[in-house]
Design a binder for this molecule. Structure first.
Ligand SMILES: [Zn+2]
Length: 195
């Protein structure tokens, strides 16, 4: 399957690219400076979480924050990734292989392995449990804010969104927005199949 390379929005025009795809601001690098898609720069991850920066462009977020969450994240109202601008999230939803659902499985290399490659030690490992597992669908969650906390399982900074902070939820790849959807209310997260 060939996928057209999405056009890059103005907001991301200054970002480095690989193969025509924007490299997210929080992307980790190998010791010799090459970016590795899927690897996380923990310093930037933490800075983005704490300072409310966009994980894609690194610029401060505004009053509409978009978080990418899997179904299991939505149930716990937690995003393990920093927020994004709406325009950056829209780009990521089409350009990021995992968000766009082009990867049926997470790559088997765990985050711990990737971090080890990068010379970074990790305390927890959010990817270990899901390495090689079937990828869950992702949702884009529009929120008015979030609270940063250290996730007890990963020991990494995560973003918790309160139900009243959720403005809308849209399943990536689904063009129909679910206005006013609240997790725990009508359950749009289970049972749906995807083409
Ligand atoms: Zn952005």
């Amino acid at each position: 399957m060939t996928t057209p390379i999405p056009s890059i929005p103005v907001q991301l025009a200054g970002q480095p690219t690989i193969g025509g795809l924007v490299v997210p601001w929080t992307t980790g690098r190998t010791p010799d400076g090459r970016y590795r898609f899927g690897a996380v720069d923990l310093d930037r991850h933490n800075q983005a979480m704490t300072d409310r920066l966009c994980q894609t462009c690194g610029v401060p977020l505004e009053d509409r924050i978009v978080l990418a969450m899997r179904d299991s994240d939505l149930r716990t109202l937690t995003s393990h990734e920093p927020g994004m601008h709406p325009v950056c999230a829209a780009y990521a939803a089409t350009a990021c292989p995992m968000l766009a659902g082009r990867m049926h499985h997470y790559r088997v290399t765990s985050l711990a392995g990737q971090l080890a490659d990068l010379g970074v030690s990790s305390h927890g490992d959010p990817a270990d449990a899901r390495a090689g597992a079937t990828a869950e669908p992702w949702q884009l969650v529009w929120a008015s804010g979030y609270r940063v906390y250290t996730h007890p399982r990963t020991n990494l900074l995560a973003a918790m969104v309160l139900p009243e902070q959720i403005l809308r939820v849209r399943r990536i790849g689904d063009s129909t927005p679910h206005e006013g959807h609240r997790p725990g209310a009508a359950d749009s997260t289970g049972g749906e199949t995807h083409p």
